[in-house]
Write a protein that binds this ligand. Structure first.
Ligand SMILES: O=C(O)[C@H]1O[C@H](OP(=O)(O)OP(=O)(O)OC[C@H]2O[C@@H](n3ccc(=O)[nH]c3=O)[C@H](O)[C@@H]2O)[C@H](O)[C@@H](O)[C@@H]1O
Length: 298
């Protein structure tokens, strides 16, 4: 009895050692999910779902609307003062995800992607209000300012905000930053400074900051493919006939007296190259243009 048991045990051992491949079931792994999908019109329901989702995300307008509509953020007291003052800043009309989203439409349910923006002269009067507005819109702002006339107090309420950075830097020196848009406002602008030393002011106004600084910022825009906004001064309107000035106000300018100012841009070699120059928005004495206009120059 014992020997028989031992023998049986050996027999079982031998049987398990022999390799027996599993029987192949052709197409069973593919056919089963397909059968599942076709049963009870499940495929039809999936397709209908895909169509509804596509319509939902493409046809319906975004609740944020086009990016231009972002400027409908409720105005604060300081903003309304900003509006009343002749603003040097014009807002580019087409701000999307660069050229990838020219219509500016954002699918419903998706949060608007914040832009990375440099504001030169952002510690000044106009610049600091612009920074407030951009931060409120959800963008990340880097202020570049040498504090020639600007004040840290204008920006202190943003300190500690992860979307805000402040760099003490003179735009006369080149700077490399990865950004989507550049608002160039850095300029010695105060009449107090003009009167202190008019000759030095005109020289410093035209050459280091306005020429070298602007060229540096244009170079940055070209390098990183950013859009560029160049600001001018409300002085181009001449002595005001009304205050505050509305957008339809055309100014009070003697073109002969302004010859130097108006002809100044044409003395700049890079500007002469801008044959395809297309102002995308001209408002309040400001001109903005797309960096691709610059890039498309021969
Ligand atoms: O023309 C106008 O309508 C406005 O001009 C100026 O406003 P703004 O252009 O903002 O002038 P600042 O407040 O002096 O701002 C210029 C900024 O550029 C900076 N800056 C200046 C020169 C420079 O080389 N680099 C540089 O970063 C200054 O530090 C300052 O923060 C006047 O201050 C406003 O009262 C006036 O309404």
């Amino acid at each position: 009895m014992v020997s028989e048991l031992i023998y049986r045990g050996h027999e079982a051992q031998q049987a398990s050692d022999t390799y027996s491949p599993k029987p192949v079931k052709p197409w069973s792994s593919v056919a089963r999910p397909i059968r599942y999908l076709l049963r009870e019109q499940r495929l039809l329901f999936v397709l209908v779902g895909v169509v509804i989702a596509t319509l939902f995300f493409t046809v319906l307008p975004s609740p944020h609307g086009p990016r231009d509509a972002d400027y409908s953020i409720p105005l604060t007291d300081s903003d309304s003062y900003f509006r009343e003052t002749r603003s040097k800043v014009s807002v580019p009309q087409r701000i999307g995800f660069g050229s990838a989203n020219p219509t500016g439409k954002i699918p419903l349910g998706l949060k608007r992607k914040g832009l990375r923006i440099v504001v030169t002269g952002g510690a000044g009067f106009v610049g600091s209000h612009l920074v407030d507005r951009l931060i409120a819109r959800g963008d990340s702002v880097i202020v570049v300012d040498n504090f020639f006339t600007g004040r840290k107090e204008n920006l202190m309420h943003h300190f500690g905000n992860p979307n805000f950075e402040l760099i003490r830097h003179d735009v006369v020196e080149p700077l490399l930053l990865e950004v989507d848009q550049i608002y160039h406002l850095a300029c010695p602008a105060s009449p107090v400074h003009y009167k202190f030393n008019p000759v030095k002011t005109i020289i410093s106004l035209i050459f280091p900051t306005n020429v070298v600084g602007t060229l540096n910022m244009l170079g940055l825009a070209k390098r990183v493919g950013a859009r560029f906004l160049l600001t001018s001064t409300s002085e181009v309107y001449g002595d005001p006939l009304q205050h505050p000035q509305v957008e339809t106000y055309w100014g009070n300018v003697n073109p002969i007296g302004k010859f130097l100012f108006l002809s100044f841009p044409f003395f700049l070699p890079p500007y002469r190259k801008l044959k395809n120059w297309r102002p995308s928005s001209v408002s309040s004495g400001c001109v903005s243009f797309d960096s691709w206009s610059w890039l498309s120059c021969p």
